[in-house]
Design a protein around this ligand. Structure first.
Ligand code: MG
Length: 161
């Protein structure tokens, strides 16, 4: 049996915060605002996996109102969500993501990000992909005010009687 999942997230970019994508800190003058570390890529992947398994979403599992998640490393949130999905017998076939980011260039960091995400999920980096698109100078992404991510995943498990 296979299931697909889709996740989306947007974070405001602000000075004085690190730009964290997939658990990798990318040098830049601005980073994601947010209750946790603001790792927009991991948040979208977390939602994709939870949605594929049909067991919830990131806001339910890790509510911003809960002080435990303040400044949280999003790798921990993803690992926790994945352990819940995995407990239902699912394995990951692949994850593919689009990062909408005007600056900086993502390509030099892609392999490190793939490996970082794969390490959190304990899967092969070849099963994780991400590519970036600029906002062509338009909208909140294009003016550098925000970063957005769409994440898609495919999970599978043996059919149950
Ligand atoms: Mg988020």
């Amino acid at each position: 049996m296979i299931r697909t999942g889709l996740g989306y997230d947007l974070h405001r970019l602000t000075a004085g915060r690190p730009l964290v994508l997939g658990g990798v800190v990318i040098p830049f003058e601005k980073g994601e605002d947010g209750h946790s570390d603001g790792d927009v890529l991991l948040h979208a992947i977390t939602d994709a996996l939870l949605g594929a398994a049909g067991i919830g979403d990131i806001g339910e599992f890790f509510p911003p109102s809960d002080s435990r998640w303040k400044g949280a490393d999003s790798r921990m949130l993803l690992a926790e969500a994945w352990s819940r999905v995995k407990a239902e017998g699912w394995q990951i076939e692949n994850i593919d993501c689009i990062i909408a980011l005007q600056q900086p260039k993502f390509l030099p960091w892609r392999q490190a990000v793939r490996e970082s995400i794969a390490a959190v999920l304990d899967i092969d980096a070849s099963a994780v992909f991400a590519k970036a698109k600029t906002g062509e100078g338009l909208g909140p992404v294009g003016t550098g005010e925000a970063v957005e991510v769409w994440a898609s995943c495919l999970i599978s498990r043996e059919a149950r009687e």
